[in-house]
Design a protein around this ligand. Sequence first.
Ligand code: BGP
Length: 464
Amino acid sequence: MKLEFLKDFLWGAATSGPQTEGRFKKKHANIFDYDFEKFPEHFWHGIGPDTASNFYNDFREDIRLMKEAGLNSVRTSIQWSRLIDDLEEVTLNADAVRFYNAVIDEFLANGIRPMINLHHFDLPVELLHKYGGWTNKKVVELYVKYAEKCFECFSDRVTDWFTHNEPMVVVDGGYLYQFHYPDIVDGKLAVQVAYNLQLASSLAIQKFREVNRNPEGKIGIVLNLCPNYPASSEAEDVAAAHFADLWQNQLFMDASVKGEFPHELVEILTKDEVIWESTAEELQIIRENTVDNFGVNFYHPNRAQRPYYSSDSLAVDWLPNKYFDDYSLHGARMNVDKGWEIYPQTLYEIAKNIQENYGNIPWYVSECGMGVSCEERYLGDDGEIKDDFRIQFITEHLYWLHKAIAEGANCFGFHLWTPIDCFSWRNSYRNRYGLISLNVHTQEKRLKKSAYFFKELADSSQLE
Ligand code: BGP
């Protein structure tokens, strides 16, 4: 059976500046550059972001390969730590302006729509050391000035902007579960970081509407939405999944789309005495500056059960896990390399949720993908990686997405993570996600089998 998508559907792939560019000519270190300098052992085979996939030097050739893979849209990001010369005075770095201008022009010349995100976990480390990073509203102020520079420089040609990628990962990774620098556990700070990230997003949206130079321009946020399925229908498990959803999904989604944090969550955080510091004026800014559209990063669902910890047995001041515990479903289909469950039907449920509870606001899949280790295992005699598992993964997710669209979901595109195998945080290069393979030693790049599949999909807007 053939499934038809709209002719103007965006067939894209997503990546980010810090994961592709390399540190060439970059004046400031972001938190991952710094983490690598200090703790190279955190990184797979001790390989960090210094070269990444060499996009800084190779961008013309990389964009040519992306075009060959059929992409008509690419979501990437500008690095704050590259664009801004003086982080306090918020002055522009001339080389970075030249670089990002050339990248945007190259995408456009190749018929690829550049969708630009402003913050992909990559806070300049100096702002963390000097001000405590996102815990401090001074950093919010500096971020909004950086965002303004981006809009002033590039909004004549870029129509699609995003304020943050997965802000909940900044909160969880940096302040609760120690998988991103600064690797601390502090529930109260985590809650304040969540609020400050949302405030930064709303203020950047307000600024965008003042200075944007493009009548077609739109601004949104990219959220990782992992619905939580309860372990059973018993009240404790249902309540656990409900809280996990409030914390992981609704906090940013409600604030970004509806302009209000979920009341139930605010009440719980207030009762637990970890509620953020806010002012009436800030809350008004959040209310008035909601998104035009947003991106959904989807990899796997979450499964939640009643909490393992009792309220008084927490070893730290506060953890969301006071209210829920994650669990893995016995017998679930897994991507074992990454340890993530494969359950494409969730994408349909996300679409329904947006349609029914968020006013059917326009959205797109801003990341979805399958990270697999040692892809050389799949090398064909012709030197091409035969990643049939990735083709199957894409097909299954598109099946459920198509079903939702046919039922009225307002989804305008699908972006695979990622165009070219890239660096990622602690994973470094262990798991590969690309349509195009990268040899990390020679920087040689080559289309995988999935790239030809993707091209056919994008050219025909049909899935067989
Ligand atoms: C998302 C991030 C990406 C990317 C992806 C894959 O959460 O937005 O930056 O890294 O996950 O994750 P990983 O590379 O850790 O397997």
